[in-house]
Design a protein around this ligand. Sequence first.
Ligand code: RIB
Length: 329
Amino acid sequence: MNVQPDHHDHHDHHSPSGDAAPRIVVLGSLNMDLVLRVPHAPAAGETLAGHCMTAIAGGKGANQAVSSARAGGRVSMIGCVGDDPHGQVLRDALHRDGIDTTALRTVPGEPTGTALILVEDNGQNRIVILAGANARLRIDEAALRQQLQGAAFLVAQFESPMAQVERAIVLAHEAGCKVMLNPSPVRAIGAPLWPCIDTLVVNEIEAQALSGQAAGSPREAALAGHALRALGARRVVVTLGEHGAVAIDADGARHHPALPVKAIDTTAAGDTFLGTLAVALGQGHGLDAAVRLGIRAAALCIQQLGAQPSIPRQRDVLRSPLPADWTPL
Ligand code: RIB
């Protein structure tokens, strides 16, 4: 099923012309999230009683794969899990969403990646990750080249070994496959890599770290986005949580407001936004229509606890409220 055109998209007056179910190749991490709900984040030396603890499927790579699949994409996942029960749970979770795991390797003798997540009563989270098997990712260049043929996007993050992520980005660029990069956790991006990036998706912290300028307000995010485009990325989206997102491309910058919802847990909101964005762009929607869909999907995500269970399906996103109109910056 294709997503409905959004009449608010000023760049895209025509109907989406891309593939109704674009192929998305995701290279990235898979983590078992150990989620502890706490009244507030403990200060140094403070002991706190948590409300409850749950193990939930997560990892930025896997979350973005799941969100792309639930948005209507045909998705392949490249990554590594350990040969332990968590690895099997994460593999099974991808299968349930119809994600191709041919390039998902089980690494003997390594634990599956783990994330310790504290979720405060206000919905904010604090995450510490232990890479485990994710650190053992090595791409098979011949297999990757084949997977990239005809794919709408290679989607990558920085929870996998940098040399592997960089090589995959270069291969995608050479193969004519667009790259959507979510440089999280943030690290420097080498000069030769910037022109390979079609769509850079960053939060305000990542935008600031990469551009060297503040990105907390929509206006600041627009300026930071222009600076990131000057480094070589074709377009940039800066996500600002409750302040929405700013889209920056050759036509300028637009601020898209968020939907006013009460956050239960913001984990995977960015991943949900990104997968929805990749599929919508692959379907031929313009950047603004795709950002609006991403905002609607993320608003549904943050009203549930946990990463993958909280990622909405396309039909629910299409039934959800529309955000207020965007404003040029
Ligand atoms: O983006 C959210 C994800 O970051 C969590 O699922 C956790 O595993 C970390 O990778």
